[in-house]
Design a protein around this ligand. Structure first.
Ligand code: ZN
Ligand code: FE
Length: 256
């Protein structure tokens, strides 16, 4: 079984588009469709034909290109069951526990509500990669538009429980701004301080900070650390319920 190739490209102002290609079956999926045209250009550049769209949630910067791509390529659209009425052209509805094969590569789906009510994430266990949309960001997490802090904490917990080496593809380049908030709440975290410095260097050179890994996020992302005593101490909430610590961290980011 060949290794999957993931091609990442910039879309809109700060979204990433992803093409996932299986050389054995010739299948190509794009994860979300911020914009049809850059996706078509990326397909042409790689010489791949689109067979599937994997939507993570209904927001227009994730589904806006669905219909045009479907019309131009005849691809099949897979997306979240719990908000399917808001996903243009959806044909296969997925939710917690859904599995399908991409060529010979198994794909597993999690419900990760919080940013939107029906948000899903895609995990490819044999390939150690996950596509998490706007749920988990490098050093951040999605805004709570349609869910509670408790839902989001549980959703992030599912991603945090993936093997540490899992490569995590987030949908936006928000890392540098996220790092500022993270440093403000967890200034004594040496791993975070070192990472923030590296992120500044990368962005100064225009290098993408996505993907990341579960291991790196567990060590440095404040939104995954609400149950870690050192982080609770840093934010002045030692011994508090992790949901409350998470909610307070999210609140600080909202007004940062
Ligand atoms: Zn979104
Ligand atoms: Fe988004």
């Amino acid at each position: 079984m060949s290794v999957l190739e993931v091609h990442q490209f910039e879309c809109l102002s700060d979204n990433y588009g992803f093409l996932v290609h299986d050389p054995d079956s010739g299948s190509t999926a794009c994860v979300d469709t911020p914009d049809a045209q850059p996706t078509l250009s990326a397909l042409e550049e790689k010489g791949w034909s689109l067979t599937q769209i994997w939507n993570t949630h209904w927001h227009p910067d994730h589904t806006g290109g669905n219909l045009e791509l479907q019309k131009k390529t005849g691809c099949e659209i897979l997306g979240p069951r719990n908000e399917s009425e808001r996903v243009p052209g959806i044909e296969m509805e997925l939710g917690e526990g859904s599995t399908f094969d991409f060529g010979a590569h198994p794909v597993r789906v999690f419900d990760v509500p919080g940013h939107t009510a029906g948000h899903i994430a895609y995990w490819l266990p044999d390939d150690s990669i996950a596509f998490v949309g706007d749920t988990l960001f490098a050093l951040g997490c999605g805004r709570l538009f349609e869910g509670t802090a408790e839902q989001m904490w549980n959703s992030l917990g599912k991603l945090a429980a993936l093997p540490p080496e899992t490569v995590v593809y987030c949908a936006h380049e928000y890392t540098q701004a996220n790092a500022q908030l993270a440093l403000s709440v967890d200034p004594g975290n040496g791993d975070l301080v070192a990472r923030a410095r590296k992120i500044d260097e990368m962005r100064a050179q225009g290098i993408a900070t996505v993907p990341t890994t579960v291991e790196v996020e567990l060590a440095t992302n404040p939104f995954l650390r609400a149950d870690v005593p050192a982080f609770q101490r840093a934010i002045g909430m030692e011994g508090a319920d992790p949901v409350e610590v998470f909610a307070e961290t999210r609140k600080r980011k909202d007004s940062f």
